[in-house]
Design a protein around this ligand. Sequence first.
Ligand SMILES: NC(=O)c1ccc[n+]([C@@H]2O[C@H](COP(=O)([O-])OP(=O)(O)OC[C@H]3O[C@@H](n4cnc5c(N)ncnc54)[C@H](O)[C@@H]3O)[C@@H](O)[C@H]2O)c1
Length: 362
Amino acid sequence: MNGKQNQPIRVAFAGCGTIAPLHLIGLLAQSEAVQLVGLADPDLDAAKSLARQAAELSGQEEPVVYSSLDELIAAIHPDVVHILTPHFTHVGLACQALQAGCHVLLEKPAATQKADLEILADSVRKSGRQLGICLQNRYNFAAREARQLLATKSFGPVLAARGFLTWWRDDQYYLQSPWRGRWATEGGGLMINQAIHTLDLLLWLVDEPVTSVKGHLYTDHLENVIEVEDTASLFLRFGTGATGVFYATNAYPASSEPFLEVVCEKAILRVEGSDRLTVLDRSGNLLADFPQIVKTGEDAISDAVDRFIPAGKSYWGKSHAILIADFYQKIRQEKPFAINLAEGRRALEILLDLYEAKRKGQ
Ligand SMILES: NC(=O)c1ccc[n+]([C@@H]2O[C@H](COP(=O)([O-])OP(=O)(O)OC[C@H]3O[C@@H](n4cnc5c(N)ncnc54)[C@H](O)[C@@H]3O)[C@@H](O)[C@H]2O)c1
């Protein structure tokens, strides 16, 4: 951004599907001067509809619509590209944008193959641009509080951790976007698409290298609809000797909040959903110094997000907006954004190893 400190950062999106409106709202809610100048999607109707929505919400000119990122970059050279497309396209599009000198905010997962992660890393190195990975749950209130408490090391070493995710995805979810549910295009199922967030939080909270993983992948309820897994269990060992267990499924019709627990020598931390952290002693009683920490009021970014939500509509993407605000602040300040490729591949490499082992019948 050298020499452009006062000019709006010019932004483009590749992909105008389900997740794109959350990126649009996040972009508008943050405080750096930005302008959404272009949208690329082979589905031109989807791009045009998002362009209209962007103009209505921002009061700025409609972003120009293109059928490919190639065309968009050649025509308007944005500063930043958000990649919001099916998984199998991520690495190709991200490398294209980086090579053209753009910073990139890439939706998870960074890649669907381990070899592609090296290609992406090489492209980031050569470009000198930032690549941010959209693991927005790291900005959830309870996860952030837990991470800060654990970083003080005052509870002693971590002994064990567990993570549970029990969600529901029905056949309609997969039929609506046919790239989902296929090895070639989604790159996996529950683990690479939904549970990657919860596994990432578990690894981020424990913050120790993983030395071994055993796992099982199942297709429990959508065998006739998807090729990939809808349920998984993992057993992890960390370098310190700590143990992790993890269970996730997309086959639980009463979708419930993700649950994470970290057991340290002197305390147990429980993260429930986005906003509730409980700190217990080893007997399971609330620790006197840590009354249950629950997010109550809204913060500045949530208020800003609310301005763009039509009355009566609910919105589940506030952590997206917080991540996007942080990304643009770092771009403007020319400082590194924390969730870079090294962070974005932590959980991903574990689940890609599991997929590889499954393919080999191990
Ligand atoms: N972080 C999260 O919590 C979260 C939540 C939902 C989705 N996502 C991620 O967002 C991404 C998109 O998911 P979605 O649910 O919006 O999918 P979607 O199928 O609803 O939309 C994808 C869009 O990308 C377009 N597209 C396909 N190939 C393209 C290309 N080469 N260039 C430009 N556009 C192209 C499609 O036409 C479609 O409009 C995925 O990586 C998904 O995992 C993340």
